[in-house]
Design a protein. Structure first.
Length: 274
């Protein structure tokens, strides 16, 4: 019985891993092929003559470095804003005597489930009236707000387990309540804060629809939208687009690799607390 259960668990884990890694591996292999080889029959799974020409073209055909810079600026600033406001909100929900606290947290969870497309028209009109179209703020503010509910809930699950006596001791030593939050609670909740920050950053880095709507100047495009510029009117160069996708994936992979222990620790700890 134990052998059967172990076999089922390993098989399920293998399916999950294959489902996650196979698309990325296939895109990588495609980026190393020529378009002729990609279309030939029978199909070749491994490149017969691997080439980096697609990567060279990806950097020369479009200003992909500019797209990456735009994405980095938008994702970093929206993440910082989201974590800052989210930490304050999470602290208020876990420490202050707020009426209907559970209802507020349920509403936060409900808001997080809203489809983005339902907010596109009001967001576009708001940014147009504020004169923010084709500026970084047109994406930074919506991204921060959209990631705020999840980030607040993640950090709240960690803040509530920090003993209030630690903050009281800090305030006795001269800290304000906000100072105690950022000098005591946030450092002790580092895994949760890092988890919230990574979630917000990845969401902002990958988002497409809002970036396409708010930015119509080429030099203001983010990476997810800029990749679509490699597509021609009558052609879809898969190897070139695959190379651009790999370039877009690499920064996220590096980010996750650097902070994987904190992210995994935050997710697992948050899951146990929940």
């Amino acid at each position: 019985m134990n052998f059967t259960r172990r076999t089922v668990v390993w098989f399920a884990a293998l399916v999950v891993v294959a489902n996650g890694f196979f698309p990325a591996v296939w895109i990588l292999l495609t980026s190393l092929k020529t378009e002729t080889e990609l279309l030939q029959v029978p199909i070749t799974y491994l490149p017969l003559a691997p080439t980096l020409d697609n990567y060279v073209t990806a950097f020369t055909a479009q200003p992909i470095l500019r797209f990456m810079l735009n994405s980095l600026i938008v994702a970093s600033l929206s993440t910082a804003l989201c974590v800052l406001v989210g930490a304050l909100a999470a602290y208020a929900l876990t420490r202050l005597r707020i009426p209907k606290r559970n209802l507020i947290m349920s509403l936060l969870l409900a808001v997080a489930m809203f489809p983005l497309i339902s907010l596109m028209v009001p967001l576009f009109k708001l940014m147009r009236e504020l004169g923010l179209l084709n500026t970084y703020l047109a994406l930074i503010l919506p991204y921060a707000v959209l990631s705020l509910p999840v980030c607040t809930l993640v950090m709240a699950s960690f803040f509530q387990d920090i003993p209030p006596d630690l903050e009281a001791a800090a305030m006795v030593d001269g800290c304000s309540r906000v100072g105690a939050l950022f000098k005591v609670v946030v450092p002790l909740s580092a895994p949760g804060v890092f988890t919230a920050a990574i979630l917000a950053f990845v969401n902002a880095w990958d988002e497409f629809l809002l970036a396409l709507t708010m930015m119509n100047r080429v030099n203001m495009r983010t990476l997810s939208v800029g990749i679509t510029l490699y597509q021609g009117e009558f052609a879809f160069p898969w190897p070139l687009i695959s190379a651009a996708l790999i370039i877009a994936i690499v920064p996220i992979c590096i980010l996750i690799a650097v902070f994987q222990e904190r992210v995994v620790g935050g997710l697992t700890t948050g899951g146990v607390k929940g």
